[in-house]
Design a binder for this molecule. Structure first.
Ligand SMILES: [Zn+2]
Length: 374
């Protein structure tokens, strides 16, 4: 499902890059650990301000490394016909928005491997080039900062290769199982179980160093990552099932047929009665010539005090017909996933463009809850 609270920060190669608000905390955390711990320990004796400036530059470059990692996934995906239009930088790392599953096991393996490979290449180049200059006695805070960035990139690459689905390593594992058993659902289930085991191990290890080694910071960090991964691994199986079901479903199978409409001059009291009797989530609003003007959802009732319902007209809260998003009834239901990010309800049309009904986010959730069993 689409997430709110994200802002677009760039567009590269036609791919929109978003950051989740949680990323701001990560950025501050990374900045703080670079400037207060990492840099002073690898290159001591510099001024506070120079650590601060290097910390900011390093954090920005770290951020760019993650974008490069995610872009590598997307570029390989696109070359193999999997369209990804956006990347979101999340709590830790990023996610290329997959609204469909990859077409084959081999494409999955290539797509998943591209990210860690780019991190490892960036890391190795940075480390070797900085070591080259450091060995020639050219010591500077900048060189040590770039060296640290290299180490971070290599760790990022290795960490992502852990076989915990939905991390890259887990996706490679799923691709390998998939190429053997030719069954995407069962491969995902297996990879998701391995992912939960890996997450459990990360949490246990984090708790161990937190309690027995007194390393509060790294311990807590690992426990957090472990919980995040556990949830993602557990959720990824139902997500795959969901995508597989929606891919075979047409919009018209989920849509409500166009049913009771309401007159534009009706009052909120009438809307309330209608929604109680009919349990419809959206009503076409018609004029007395029976033409549709727009739509209204009974949810708007909550925006007006009950005492004013008898004087409030439906027309004043009607969503204009021309602005209402719509989808062809023959389209794949998979498209609904991205379209619901623009609003919770859509009008459904037939070939000629006439409205035949509508579909809401609750309709989709109901349809899936009857079919996805985990
Ligand atoms: Zn990745």
């Amino acid at each position: 499902m689409p997430e709110k609270k994200q802002i677009q920060i760039a567009k590269l190669f036609g791919i929109r890059i978003f950051i989740d608000f949680s990323w701001i905390f990560i950025f501050l955390l990374v900045f703080w650990s670079f400037s207060s711990a990492v840099l002073p320990s690898i290159y001591p004796g510099q001024s506070f301000v120079s650590y601060l400036i290097s910390g900011i530059v390093l954090s920005l470059l770290f951020f760019a490394s993650i974008v490069a990692h995610e872009l590598s996934h997307t570029i390989v995906a696109r070359r193999n016909g999997v369209m990804i239009n956006r990347i979101t930088l999340f709590f830790f790392g990023g996610a290329s928005n997959l609204e469909d599953e990859p077409p084959s096991a081999w494409v999955e393996i290539k797509m998943a491997a591209a990210g860690p490979l780019s991190s490892l290449i960036i890391g190795v180049i940075l480390m070797y080039s900085t070591i080259y200059f450091l060995n020639r006695g050219q010591e500077s805070l900048l060189l040590y900062s770039l060296y640290a960035l290299g180490v971070v990139n290599i760790s990022l690459g290795i960490f992502n290769l852990l076989p915990g689905f939905p991390m890259d390593g887990g996706r490679i594992l799923r691709g390998i199982i998939w190429s053997i058993n030719k069954n995407l659902a069962r491969s995902t289930k297996l990879a998701s179980i391995v992912g939960q085991i890996i997450a459990g191990l990360i949490i246990t290890y984090g708790a161990f160093i937190l309690i027995f080694q007194g390393n509060f910071f790294s311990g807590l960090w690992l426990v957090l990552i472990g919980f995040f991964l556990f949830r993602a691994a557990a959720g990824s199986y139902s997500q795959t099932l969901m995508i597989m079901i929606l891919r075979k479903t047409k919009v018209k199978e989920i849509a409500q047929k166009r049913s009771e409409s309401i007159f534009d001059d009706a009052t909120f009291s009438t809307l309330y009665e209608h929604s109680n009797n009919l349990r419809q989530e959206i009503f076409p609003v018609v004029d007395h010539g029976d033409d549709i003007i727009g739509f209204i959802s009974p949810l708007v009732l909550s925006r007006v005090p009950e005492s004013e319902w008898s004087e409030t007209r439906v027309i004043d809260f009607t969503k204009d017909f021309s602005e209402f998003p719509r989808i062809d009834e023959e389209e794949s239901a998979l498209k609904l996933l991205s379209l619901f990010s623009t609003g919770p309800e859509l009008a459904v049309t037939e070939k000629a463009g006439n409205i035949t009904g509508f579909v809401t986010l609750p309709d989709l959730q109901r349809y899936l809850s009857l079919r996805v069993r985990v």
